[in-house]
Write a new protein. Structure first.
Lengths: 432, 394
């Protein structure tokens, strides 16, 4: 009562200066506490892992960079005690890793093939809709240059400038035509799935009619064969998988039965046994004059294998299409095949693009297994090269495997990122 | 038939009747498949006769006359090809079973670590998953075998890991357990412990449902499963000794030697599959709405209890089907043994036996049938489990 009328001196008249948040709540220390030392167990784990990183990093840098042998004529320099990775081995054998034993004078044929395939595939995989200026530039220059850097690389330009630059120019020109000519996707797809494969085989194998010397498939190898086998797998398995998926959902019991038997049989056995089957049983099942080529047999195995897995993914896409789409198509009087071709499959296939890319990643990793039937894929060339007595040394296989791992990682990780991006893009329309 | 009816039922060619067309399509398909199958059989029998390839299963009982460096059942070079088949099958099952168990633990650990609040742990788990998932399994196997295990020192300079365990380029040498007569009691106690623990768990659940009282299931189970056999072990006078391997000349004598091929294959399969399982576990946990976790925490459950009682049971519904696929993948991928020479079914049977007998069709058919049976049986079991765990919508 007695406080009435007096000035309330204990009340503050002006705002107090703002304090920054206590260091236990904000700032680097608080972050450390929340994200690294949040508890006994996680703190200890984090410290252990940090110690591991601190302990390993200098060792790795020493092995792969500081003590590495960057160039040498043979393995002698790499056998010296205490040296690190033998990058000279990779440098010397790079052509073998890329082309196998494909004759050097004919390398441009492989380059041309891969470049064309890359541009066509990039056009099909690039998200539909208008690209920005940067996107166009990346497509027209980025894709061909990237593929060109992989095979044949800079060295070939120095060796054979005219021919290799012509190959590059062809790739860029093709990209320009596809981009500015506003080629329809269905036309590009037709080109990639129907026109490109036979032309590529003709080019790679050569024929006296076209004036190209024949290159036996025994000589094919390296990254080129790995890419080729995986691509053939996809090119065959997309149409075959779509047919099998439709067959599995068909109302005709015999069609359904054969589709299910094929799909479940192939998915139930290891890939290696499919390869063994293609390699040893296939030649027995056909008459002598049809006996498939040594390289063709595993490719048939890959195609069978990929088709079964692709069928299941496409079936998933088909099941995601609402019934009203089927009913609408039928109400318009479309026949079964018209309905599938014009209404259902385009939607279903778009939905499963990420899964198709994932199958391709799996297939690309699985192509390493074709070595079991004697095909020189990329990994096999590395094994074969490190068995070369000139390049014998304890660190040489290690270097080869790390190189292969980096290659596969870059490739598969990039594709996986792409697949994730597509997944997000495709689900954007259905998000509410 | 009257004119009116004929008018209502317009005359159409039966070819335009969908049902008739269906029969025609199916007939054509069956004819094509039948023709291809018949051609294949005819060609195969001529080709096999011309090339002198056996067409029957007589090779099954013939003497194999090759050695296998790891067998779980008795096998010598004088055994039959049929026996070699069983050796390979058991080796496949061994590496698959061990791999499935180990990869489950590792995969769940990494999957949970990937979602950890802890920055270092989460990032390392992510790097692990991305690197292992995006490189071929064969490359990893060859790396473990050729680049890690082969350059190990020879037996004379073995790396000692303590407790009589040695590592060298001939494999992993472990002490061999030797059981004294009383060991049977310990085994019986262990079995009894497990059964009692299961019984107690059942009892505790019923008690909790009736009265709400929570019994310490974890501790009691631990006591029964570990404590009881340990007690019997001591009472029976420790009926177990280890035959520690000793270096004699150039190699070890005594002990158990685990082949480097087996170590490399198991390591490769476990590490590779764990990366995929980690992603499945992560997706499963993320599929449980955050509101569930918040509600559990608001009820006063600890983080560990929330994970165990609320999040995981719901996540398991999403996790189980793809997890089964990974188990099957691991089993099928164990056939990569052929690349590093571990004597599994494919290496022994579809490799050596096929090459020696030339009976390609029979051998490959049998090999495929084995994997098919494994796949189908696993799928069957998992479907039953899945049906029990699936969300019952009301």
């Amino acid at each position: 009562m007695d406080g009435q009328g007096t000035d309330l001196l204990y009340l503050r008249r002006e705002e107090a200066p703002r304090l920054s948040a206590p260091i236990s709540v904000a700032g680097p220390l608080a972050w450390l506490r929340a994200h690294i030392f949040s508890g006994w167990i996680s703190g200890t784990l984090a410290l252990l892992f940090l110690a591991l990183i601190v302990w390993m990093t200098p060792e790795l840098v020493r092995f792969f960079l500081l003590d590495a042998v960057w160039s040498a004529p043979d393995g002698a320099a790499c056998r010296v005690q205490g040296t690190g990775a033998c990058w000279a081995f990779i440098e010397r054998k790079l052509d073998f890793f890329r082309y196998g034993s494909y004759p050097e004078a004919e390398h441009w044929r492989v380059d041309l093939c891969l470049l064309t395939g890359a541009v066509l595939a990039a056009r099909l995989l690039w998200p539909a809709g208008n690209k920005g200026a940067l996107g166009r530039l990346a497509f027209i220059l980025g894709v061909p240059l990237f593929m060109f850097a992989l095979t044949p690389g800079l060295g070939a330009v120095l060796r054979e400038p005219a021919r290799e630059l012509a190959v590059l120019a062809f790739g860029i020109g093709l990209a320009c035509v596809l981009e500015f000519g506003k080629a329809r996707t269905s036309l590009v797809a037709l080109g990639f799935f129907a026109v490109y494969p036979p032309l590529a085989v003709l080019l790679l194998q050569g024929s006296t009619l076209a004036g190209l010397p024949r290159v036996d498939t025994n000589l094919w190898g390296g990254i080129f064969v790995s890419l080729m086998v995986a691509t053939v797998g996809i090119v065959v398995s997309l149409p075959a998988g779509a047919l099998l998926a439709l067959g599995r959902r068909s109302r005709l019991p015999a069609v359904r039965f054969f589709s299910i038997i094929f799909i479940e049989f192939v998915r139930g056995v290891p890939f290696i046994t499919v390869l063994f089957m293609a390699n040893t049983m296939l030649p027995l099942f056909v008459p002598d004059y049809l006996t498939p080529d040594r390289l063709l047999r595993p490719i048939i195995g890959v195609a069978l294998f990929a088709s079964a897995y692709m069928a299941e993914e496409i079936r998933g896409g088909l099941q995601a299409i609402p019934k009203s789409q089927y009913e609408g198509a039928m109400a318009l009087g479309l026949s079964y095949w018209q309905m599938m071709r014009l209404i259902i499959l385009p939607q279903a296939l778009t939905l499963v693009i990420p899964n198709i890319v994932n199958i391709f990643i799996g297939l690309f990793k699985d192509t390493t297994l074709v070595a079991v039937v004697g095909v020189f894929d990329f990994l096999r060339t590395i094994d074969a090269a490190s068995a070369d007595p000139v390049w014998a040394g304890p660190n040489i296989p290690k270097t080869g495997y790390v190189f292969a791992a980096v290659f596969y990682f870059v490739f598969c990780f990039g594709m996986a990122r792409y697949s994730l991006m597509m997944e997000r893009r495709l689900s954007a329309g259905r998000r509410h | 038939m009257s004119d009116a009816q004929a008018h209502l039922q317009p005359r159409v060619s039966p070819l335009n009747n969908p049902a008739v067309r269906g029969y025609i399509y199916q007939g054509v398909l069956i004819l094509i498949v039948g023709f291809l199958g018949w051609e294949a059989i005819v060609n195969a029998s001529t080709n096999m006769r011309v090339r002198g390839i056996p067409t029957d299963f007589a090779f099954w009982d013939r003497v194999a006359s090759f050695d296998i460096n790891q067998s779980l059942i008795e096998y010598t070079a004088a055994s039959t090809y049929g026996r070699a088949f069983w050796v390979g099958l058991w080796n496949t099952l061994l590496v698959s079973a061990l791999g499935v168990v180990l990869t489950t633990f590792l995969g769940f650990f990494i999957g949970v670590a990937r979602l950890s609040q802890n920055f270092v742990v989460a990032k390392l788990a992510m790097i692990y998953v991305e690197v292992l998932r995006n490189t071929p399994l064969l490359l990893q196997l060859l790396f473990w075998y050729n680049a890690v295990l082969k350059p190990l020192p020879n037996p004379r300079d073995s790396i000692s890991l303590g407790a009589g365990i040695y590592l060298n380029n001939r494999g992993l040498v472990l002490p061999e357990p030797q059981f004294a007569p009383g060991a049977g009691f310990v085994l019986a106690a262990a079995v009894a412990g497990v059964l009692l623990a299961l019984g107690f768990r059942f009892f505790a659940r019923r008690r909790q449902a009736q009265t709400g009282q929570i019994l310490p299931v974890g501790w009691v189970s631990l006591g029964l499963v570990v404590g009881l056999p340990a007690l019997v072990f001591v009472l029976a006078g420790a009926p177990l000794s280890f035959n520690v391997a000793l270096l004699r000349g150039f190699n070890f004598s005594g002990g158990v030697r685990v082949l480097p091929e087996f170590v490399a294959l198991l390591l490769g399969l476990v590490l590779y599959t764990a990366a995929f399982i980690a992603e499945i576990v992560r997706a499963g946990i993320l599929s449980v709405q955050h509101g569930q976790t918040e509600a559990a925490l608001a009820l006063g459950l600890t983080r560990a209890q929330t994970l165990k009682l609320v999040t995981m049971p719901q996540a398991m519904r999403v996790i189980i089907p793809p997890l089964t696929n990974q188990y099957l993948n691991l089993t099928k991928n164990s056939s990569l043994a052929v690349f590093i020479g571990y004597p599994d079914l494919v290496q022994v049977f579809a490799g050596t036996v096929l090459n020696q007998t030339g009976a390609a069709v029979q051998v490959i058919a049998i090999t495929m049938a084995v994997y098919l049976v494994i796949s189908l049986v696993t799928a069957l079991i998992m479907n039953i489990y899945n049906r029990r765990k699936a969300l019952v919508e009301r």
